[in-house]
Design a protein around this ligand. Structure first.
Ligand code: 5RP
Length: 227
């Protein structure tokens, strides 16, 4: 079964957890898009949906899901979102789609968070997927040097690299930059998360620790639940 089919299965299973009248956080990325499509197909009444990116907002709008904002609905019942890695204790790396800041704000406002992913995302140790770090553009090279110092304290030799696309530097929906830190193995995610947050210029990082309540993993045989 392809990774995309596994993503679809996870997204469809998560959509069944939503009830009429809920305020729902909509994640970002290809797996979250399957959830958004499956949710729209259910035609539930009274939903209000808070998207975590402009891309997800556009998809939800096209599908006729009623949108809200974190300002208008600051408490969210359930958020469903993808991840780049799902590690032990449901510690996650997120931000492959450059939406980690809005995602984390929405996750933290949620009573319950479900992460959805294909089987390949489940790892024994976080860090093979480069850790995204959102940085303000002003002075970003200085901030990158400070990130390199923190990474080196964590025995991560490679400095983080600024994310680029065909049209130059990637900008987040908030106008910031993304640095990707190729860690290989993050042995102490809690300490790394704390150390990165202390750097002026770092807006947020893609370590989502103690935020997911449950994972729905798409596999060749259907879905697996991790708690
Ligand atoms: C976006 C994210 C995504 O959820 C993550 O990158 C997974 O994406 P996909 O479902 O396309 O594999 O964190 O910032």
């Amino acid at each position: 079964m392809s990774a995309d089919t596994q993503k679809r299965l996870a997204g469809e299973a998560a959509a069944l957890r939503v009830e009429s009248g809920m305020i729902v956080g909509l994640g970002t990325g290809s797996t979250a898009a399957w959830f958004v499509k499956a949710l729209a197909a259910r035609g539930l009444s009274g939903l209000r949906c808070v998207p975590t990116s402009e891309a997800t907002a556009e998809l939800a709008r096209e599908l006729g899901l009623p949108l809200s904002t974190l300002e208008d609905t600051p408490r969210i019942d359930l958020t469903v979102d993808g991840a780049d890695e799902v590690g032990p204790g449901l510690a996650l790396i997120k931000g492959g789609g450059a939406a980690l800041l809005r995602e984390k704000l929405v996750w933290e406002a949620s009573s319950r968070c479900i992460v959805i992913a294909d089987k390949a995302k489940v790892v024994p140790v976080l860090g093979k997927f480069a850790l995204p770090i959102e940085v303000v553009a002003f002075g970003h090279k200085t901030t990158a040097n400070r990130i390199a110092d923190v990474l080196s304290d964590h025995e991560i030799a490679m400095p983080a690299r600024v994310r680029t696309a065909e049209r130059g530097l990637v900008r987040t929906d908030g106008g910031n930059l993304i640095y990707d830190a190729s860690c290989q193995a993050i042995h102490n995610p809690i300490r790394l998360a704390d150390d990165l947050k202390l750097i002026t210029g770092v807006v947020e990082h893609g370590l989502f620790l103690d935020l997911a309540d449950e994972a729905i993993i798409g596999t060749d045989d259907g879905v697996e639940l991790l708690t």
